[in-house]
Design a protein around this ligand. Structure first.
Ligand code: GDP
Length: 294
């Protein structure tokens, strides 16, 4: 993911390095090229606009242009602005003191929610927590089966409940966690293929009933431009605290992943890249920016 963008940016930078001194025209040209590279990687156009405006203003500073290593300075500025775009500081998952702590996952169907729920449980298990997974997708029995299989694989208890009322299952799941001495509950909710009223209302109802300590939205990094619209819709209706960006191992353009913090104001907390239980990493904006710039 993002390899093409990375290659493009490296090409632009090596062009700048080859020039020695840089003129205002060189900077303008480089900014045009960076702008194109970001747009072609599917980064949201408003995000690109702000990014380029900020970067350009800093690069055109006389001190930058007249320094002995102007290209190096330009690269440093781009790196810094990219880190800013990605959220600047790490946003770790902090569990509250309430036991059990409740984490609710929301997102579209197919975004990778169930997989992420299991990965998060696995991660918590490694950190000496005793998680419980709750299957609240009452529309697709396969989703609960999938969660159960994943739970078995990693040795984490899964509560499925009975009936078709996700609010009831979520509430019972929390009681089950209390009874079975689990300290973190991860609620996997139902998604739809597109944002719809019923899904939002259901997520709101579960939220109201269980008062989660945090809500994480699972976002498929391969969705492209539409990612930000979906996330904005969830932010408005359900509100959430952070994002798990799934499928970062895919070969799509990935710009949606780069846009989400700026568009929704919500930080990326984890990136998920693969189907193995241990493929959920904490997200570090600075490391990601460095990786993109190569
Ligand atoms: P849900 O409908 O949101 O619960 O999505 P699932 O967890 O069922 O995931 C949908 C599909 O994406 C499944 O085939 C998963 O195996 C796959 N998937 C989930 N996360 C990742 C990931 O990080 N990388 C890859 N390559 N595939 C993933």
């Amino acid at each position: 993911m993002l390899e093409n963008l990375s290659e493009r940016l490296q090409g632009i930078f090596s062009g700048l390095r080859g020039k020695g001194r840089l003129t205002e025209d060189d900077i303008n040209q480089a900014m045009r090229e960076i702008r194109m590279a970001l747009l072609e990687a599917d980064v949201n156009f408003k995000v690109v606009k702000t990014f380029i405006a900020n970067t350009k203003e800093r690069c055109l500073d006389a001190e930058v242009l007249e320094s002995l290593t102007p290209a190096q300075n330009v690269i440093k500025i781009v790196l810094d602005e990219l880190t800013e775009l990605l959220g600047r500081t790490d946003s770790k998952l902090v569990l509250g003191s309430r036991i059990p702590n409740v984490i609710m996952l929301v997102g579209l169907q197919g975004s990778g929610k169930t997989t992420a729920a299991a990965k998060l449980a696995y991660r918590l298990l490694q950190e000496n927590h005793q998680p419980l997974l709750v299957a609240c997708d009452v529309y697709r029995p396969a989703a609960a089966d999938q969660l159960e299989t994943l739970g078995d694989e990693i040795g984490v208890r899964v509560y499925r409940g009975e009936g078709k009322d996700p609010v009831k299952i979520a509430t019972e799941g929390i009681q089950d966690a209390i009874d079975s001495l689990r300290d973190v509950v991860i609620i996997d909710t139902a998604g739809r293929l597109h944002v719809d009223e019923e899904m939002m209302a259901e997520a709101e109802n579960i939220k109201r009933a269980v008062k989660p300590d945090q809500i994480l939205m699972v976002v498929d990094a391969m969705t492209g431009q539409d990612v930000v619209n979906v996330a904005a819709a969830f932010a408005e209706r359900v509100d959430f605290d952070g994002v798990i960006m799934s499928k970062m191992d895919g070969d799509a353009r990935g710009g949606g992943a780069l846009s989400i913090k700026q568009v929704t104001g919500k930080p990326i907390k984890f990136i998920s890249s693969g189907e193995k239980p241990d493929s959920l990493e904490e997200f570090h904006p600075d490391r990601m920016a460095k990786r993109i710039l190569g």
